[in-house]
Design a protein around this ligand. Structure first.
Ligand code: GLU
Length: 301
């Protein structure tokens, strides 16, 4: 199978410049290494009507090209079910009936890392399980055999993070992100994962799951997020941060693309021109601070 990189947005609203910059970086990493570039719409959760089309339009407007049609996670339930069946058959799952509150209030197991599932439902006896089943539907958790593993990231180096008994299928029947992402990346032949560094802490869980599913672990590249002037992660409330809002203020998509390229110390213009100048080893490890933009100044001379 061809090797590929990807961008995998959640269609929960318009993309902002931070998302677009991550997409541009994913494209640059994939194309500069001769990989295909695929789009995957992560719509298992938080999908908003119209958002998918708007996101694809905006990605095209900054000049991104992708191979084949975007795939949608809601069309891929059979793949997730097959992976879950395999894990279940291997005794690597269990039912969990905990509410979020019960998890928060449970005493954490000795030596358990912060934020790890405390294991409340791991060893329920048959009658207890039957009683709980009658009360509420179960989520399915992984029966993890480790509490942490190390992954390698192109920008962050070796990173060790928590692997707990994380959820594979939620109690409303929806496949959890950590299972879907691992199954999808493998099935789509993705061997390079470039995404925002807010996802680095989830990566050991995903790499561990990949190893259980006999899936090769992709190359990981977690890129810095874009921050607002106060140093917080850029959000919609930070003013005109989407292409639609920026265009309404007189800033066209090409200027936004050029700002993104300039933040990467790459030449302005079509993305293809930036490709030759892109050097992953020179990429800044610092977040980019987004300053509100006005329309490009008009040269009257
Ligand atoms: N869908 C996730 C997001 O928009 C990204 C997942 C990934 O790149 O692995 O935050």
């Amino acid at each position: 199978m061809d090797s590929a990189g990807r961008f995998a947005p959640s269609p929960s609203g318009d993309l902002h410049v931070g998302n677009l910059r991550t997409a541009v970086l994913a494209w640059l990493f994939a194309r500069s290494t001769g990989r295909k570039f695929l789009l995957r719409v992560e719509d298992l959760d938080r999908a908003r009507a119209g958002s998918e089309a708007a996101q694809l339009r905006d990605l095209a407007a900054v000049g991104l090209t992708w191979d084949g049609a975007a795939v949608r996670q809601t069309d891929r339930g059979a793949l997730y079910a097959a992976a879950l069946d395999g894990l279940e058959a291997a005794g690597l799952t269990y039912e969990c009936f905990c509410t979020r509150r019960e998890i928060q209030e449970a005493p954490s197991a000795p030596h358990a890392p912060q934020g790890a599932y405390p294991g409340t439902c791991r060893n329920l006896m048959g009658p207890e399980r039957a009683e709980k089943r009658a009360m509420r539907p179960a989520a399915i958790r992984l029966r993890a055999g480790v509490s942490a593993i190390m992954v390698h990231d192109r920008l962050h180096g070796d990173f060790t993070g928590v692997v707990d008994d994380f959820v594979l299928r939620r109690n409303d029947g929806v496949t959890a992100y950590n299972l879907a992402v691992v199954v999808d990346d493998a099935e789509q032949g993705i061997d390079q994962v470039v995404r925002g560094d807010d996802l680095l802490p989830s990566t050991p869980r995903q790499a561990y799951l990949a190893s259980l599913l006999n899936i090769p672990v992709p190359e990981y590249v977690h890129v810095p997020l874009v921050l607002n002037g106060q140093g917080a992660r850029l959000a919609k409330r930070d003013g005109a941060v989407t292409l639609t809002d920026l265009a309404a203020g007189g800033v066209p998509a090409d200027s936004v693309r050029d700002s993104i390229l300039s933040s990467l110390e790459l030449p302005p213009g079509p993305l293809g021109n930036a490709l030759g100048a892109f050097d992953p080893d020179r990429l800044s490890r610092q977040p980019w601070i987004w300053r509100p933009q006005g329309p490009p100044s008009v040269n009257l001379g």
